[in-house]
Design a protein around this ligand. Sequence first.
Ligand SMILES: NC(=O)c1ccc[n+]([C@@H]2O[C@H](COP(=O)([O-])OP(=O)(O)OC[C@H]3O[C@@H](n4cnc5c(N)ncnc54)[C@H](O)[C@@H]3O)[C@@H](O)[C@H]2O)c1
Length: 360
Amino acid sequence: MGVFASTDDPVSTGHEQVVFCQDKQSGLKAIIGIYSTALGPALGGTRFYPYATEADALADVLDLSRGMAYKNALANLDLGGGKAVIWGDPEQIKSEALLRAYGRFVESLNGRYYTACDVGTYVADMDVIARETRYVTGRSVEHGGAGDSSILTAWGVFQGMRAAAEHVWGSPTLAGRRVGVAGLGKVGKYLTAHLLDDGAEVVATDVNPRALEWARATHPQVILVDDTAALVASDIDVYAPCALGGALNDETVPVLRAKVVTGAANNQLAHSGIEKVLADRGILYTPDYVVNAGGVIQVADEIEGFNFERAKLRATRIFDTTRQILQLADDEGVPPAVAADRLAERRMAEVGRLRAIHLR
Ligand SMILES: NC(=O)c1ccc[n+]([C@@H]2O[C@H](COP(=O)([O-])OP(=O)(O)OC[C@H]3O[C@@H](n4cnc5c(N)ncnc54)[C@H](O)[C@@H]3O)[C@@H](O)[C@H]2O)c1
């Protein structure tokens, strides 16, 4: 095992464990970050990315693993938060040997960390990693895996949006509302279908002509606009960012006409403080990591032996969690993003504390 120099201090970030892994022959350099195992083994994907520096890789894994602890806590999972990064260009260096070397490091943690897919890693890679470790999920259907996680992600986002609609308009439905979907990718497509089924009007945009073609062919009633700028400035009731992070920023928030923001994209808030600007403008934002937890609920279910109906039921409960967060936000006079963090911290503390009861 190799340790390469670190510039960030894991202790000050509150992480339980940060493991540097190196296998020179295969070119593997990985960092596994375990933020918390208070609720159970840490679960989070492996990001394979050509970071500019080792410090960037470390900063990302510290940030992402902390985020997973909050997400898993609010998804009501008995799992803690972790994440891993493999430093390098997957196009150039991904190989069987590298993935298997990585799998052996995951195995060496003895179940303190479960890995899964993230940017740059795919179901097929998880199958290779699984040749060396039991602690991997998000596998192919042939290996008992759950397949496409965007189905339950979209379902969960729809549930969160229903809860927001109830909070703002008094009824848990999008019927008669105009919803702007930015990004008709894997999640955006399923979300659009749920919205139309519920009786909503959908306005959408995507930078990929193929996605627009899909909308024209499959749902001709969807109104397509040129770009996200046109979408946010249009007369919509709900904005659903389903493309990249940073959708809620100093350009979009001041002109946004929607009363609700609920979408699948990760890290929608471009910087801290923007949640306050949203609240001051009377826009209800349902925290991204709460409503997009359907995917992690799916891979977590796989650890038990995947059952779609059970996983869907768990993703449906995103409705109740969102409702609880919005209520807490009102009661405590804070934006929903702050209320969500408080609720997650409360569960980690209250349930995590029970492990102090000695069993043998
Ligand atoms: N797939 C999941 O299970 C899952 C789970 C949790 C979170 N998320 C997050 O949800 C988001 C969408 O995920 P996905 O799996 O659908 O990804 P995807 O790559 O299939 O879809 C993203 C879509 O956004 C479009 N897009 C990119 N830039 C755009 C822009 N500037 N304006 C408009 N459209 C743009 C792309 O062309 C693509 O069609 C991502 O941020 C992802 O991290 C996904």
